[in-house]
Design a protein around this ligand. Structure first.
Ligand SMILES: Cc1ncc(COP(=O)(O)O)c(C=O)c1O
Length: 328
């Protein structure tokens, strides 16, 4: 069995290709605190604390073959992130869904990356900065054509991963990683570290050498037919949750627990998971080819293909009604 070339399908299969759209939405559509606008003209006010202090939380849901995937899970995770950061979404879940759906329709996107955030907003007049209730939180969203953070070619041959030597993940007691946030510098610099080491991606550990997550993705490994993924220090990824369900369907034993980096180096298979790319096989870690055989492992391939096949069958999907115009 080989990896489904999902990116190729999305770009070429008539059931997936982009519907006609106003050319101004070529790069995407956006919503800035109450106003719909094309992405090229979308701008954040400079004094918004989301921009100046990374004071925000966000989420990303994807659309494939015209189905929003696990929308309710994403909305739920977002509301919980807002609560953890003492932010308030000015819109209800139903209103948020309407805004996101309008943006998808404006962009004509049957394959979409759908991003939204709530920021703290501006510093309140009178300087009452210690009072979270004094701020008027702001809502932003955009939709762009679907993003693969590992393309078909990379997923088909497997990613060459490294364990970051320079960085650990921000500890949960500093910034709670279960609330999806803008604190990306550890992740970003670990990616650049990978580039400098001639690798494609890196994974970060905590201070004790236990795996946390990778830039934009969760990590899994397979050893002797069982699946392992960290239980803490990471985002509770929706693709991670999906993978655990798919693995349960296959009858694989699941271990959601602390996972030491040594276990990764000695794994039979490994992969990363993200809304922006699904299940992304790993070929090697720190130059060690996993399982002694190049390319995605057999179970990883099965999970990868199940992920896309089930999604394209509408599994846990909310169909976007493209026949009615966006109500903007
Ligand atoms: C830091 C981090 N971890 C994990 C993930 C994967 O989460 P999900 O599967 O919900 O996209 C992401 C997604 O962007 C992320 O930013």
């Amino acid at each position: 069995m080989s990896i489904i070339l999902a990116e190729h399908t999305m770009l070429n299969d008539p059931a997936h290709v982009r519907l006609p759209f106003d050319p101004k939405y070529n790069h995407g559509s956006a919503f800035i605190n109450g106003t719909y606008v094309d992405l090229d003209n979308a701008a954040i006010p400079m004094a918004d604390l989301g921009f100046t202090q990374a004071d925000a939380c966000y989420d990303v849901v994807s659309v494939s073959k015209g189905y929003l995937f696990r929308l309710e899970d994403h909305l739920e995770r977002f509301e919980s992130a807002c609560a953890k950061f003492q932010l308030t979404n000015p819109y209800t879940k139903a209103q948020t869904t309407e805004i996101l759906t309008n943006l998808i329709k404006q962009a004509g996107a049957k394959e979409a990356y759908v991003w939204w955030a709530v920021t703290r907003g501006f510093m309140p007049d009178g300087g009452e900065r210690i009072n979270p209730k004094a701020y008027e939180n702001r809502f932003y969203a955009f939709v762009v054509p679907y993003v693969f953070i590992a393309n078909d070619e990379q997923r088909a041959r497997g990613i060459d991963l490294m364990v970051s030597k320079q960085f650990i993940r921000i500890p949960p007691k500093a910034v709670d990683p279960t609330a999806k946030n803008f604190h990306w510098m550890d992740l970003k610099l670990a990616l650049f570290e990978a580039k400098a080491a001639d690798k494609e991606w890196s994974v970060l550990c905590d201070a004790d050498g236990y795996l946390t997550e990778a830039p934009g993705s969760n990590i899994f490994l397979i050893k002797d037919g069982a699946l392992y993924t960290p239980d803490s220090g990471c985002l509770e990824g929706i693709t991670r949750k999906t993978t655990l369900e798919l693995a349960a369907q296959l009858g694989l034993p699941l271990h959601v627990e602390r996972v030491h980096v040594e276990q990764l180096l000695n794994a039979d298979e490994a992969f990363l998971t993200s809304t922006a790319g699904g299940i992304m096989p790993v070929n090697s870690v720190d130059d060690r080819v996993l399982g002694g055989k190049p390319g995605p492992g057999a179970l990883t391939t099965q999970l990868h293909n199940q992920y896309w096949t089930q999604r394209w069958d509408g599994w846990l999907g909310t169909a976007v009604d493209y026949s009615s115009p966006a109500s903007v």
